[in-house]
Write a protein that binds this ligand. Sequence first.
Ligand SMILES: [Zn+2]
Length: 481
Amino acid sequence: MILSSLRLGDRLVDVRVDGGLITEIGPALGSDPDRRDFGGRWVSPGLWDHHVHFTQWALTSQRIDLSLAASAKEAADIVAGARGSTSTSEPSTGIIVGANFRDAVWPDAPSVELLDAATHGIPTVLVSADLHAVWLNTAALQRYGHAGHPTGLLKEDDAFAIHRGLDAVSDETVDSWARAAADAAARRGVVGIVDLEMAWNLGVWQRRIASGHDALRVEFTVYTHDLDRAISEGLRTGDAHGELLTMGRYKVLTDGSLNTRTAYTWEPYADGTHGVLTVPPEALLANLRRAVEAGILPDVHAIGDHANTVALDAFQQLASLPSYRGGRIEHAQLLVESDYPRFAELGVEVSVQPEHAMDDREASERFWAGRTDRLYAFRDLLDAGATLLFGSDAPVSPLDPWLGIAAAVSRERDGREPWHPEQRITRAEALAASTRTTVAVGQPADLVITDLDPLAASGDELRGMPVAATLLGGRFTFNVD
Ligand SMILES: [Zn+2]
């Protein structure tokens, strides 16, 4: 196949695709019976989202959206208004589910009474935008074994346990929602995701692929509760499980989040607390070592600056192992400056979610006042030699890499003045953090074709980037024509 009339930098080229690879690039390539003309549109490598909870994202797309609720009362009102609509309750579980609330900036507190008044005895679970808290009514508290809980707002491990319970929709139903979510991602130019769902993802994706999922490449993650199984089954980072599925990393969560004030910090929050370190350093090191020795690369969730120092200290200890091939930290939101160069020194990639910088602006100014110059410090990290990987943490923000690229390039959204514009990075740097391949002969034909030039578009243009086509291994997963 020839993809004809594409802009690559300042050249107008044809791209020949054969056997899933780019085999030739040049002006006016010879004839081919299968020739698609793109009328001078721009071609770029296909996009990756390096941090997705894919089942959660598929489920969220079916749930009551609470992202606009400015108070607990408003959230309860939205639930009351949506109640009874078949699209917003889950018939197979009989539970009303809402998602994406941000209680950190609410003037009032969530309470069992408030939610009970809106839901008339139907078990109701509302999940916070950062997934670290759930708000339950009386019926749901009873159902999940927390009867008598004083506020109905559960955090951390209690919250995660309830998320897992919510996944108890039939596989067939979830897979059909997942398929719709994968197709939607392909329409935005996405060719691959790193799936950090808290599940045995190998089995989940083998099932989905067997039933016809083919819109995305998937690199899957294992968590501590499955580490023994992963090791005993011989899973190793980078191993292919079919054409589209690859074993990714072992992920450990070591602290909480900003919005729940559980991110582990050097300096205290206003109430004197420092957040929580959920895994002691010795246990963290022991688990990471076990994974690395088995050929599974480690990935540590660390949001607060102290949690990041602990994680980097662990990687420093691992670096002497013969099987150590680098690590990765998820989020790395708040850092101490002395840790910036350690990412490059220790070969630790920084997996960040630029759109969170926009979402968390108020909460950051409130809880980390005086420290926001060390928050989402992408420019400083790149200057210190770090490798950035962009992701959405969907469902925390939508699975659309253009949003993260726009946030990192512009540091602005919603017509507000830019936030810490000194941390802006270039369009090329942002695209590099969202891709894994290049447009070059011998590379996989994972491509996105756009109406605008991603290396020249404004922040708002990047946010709404019009995608004309997406190819995965030389196969169209989306084509607007
Ligand atoms: Zn996540």
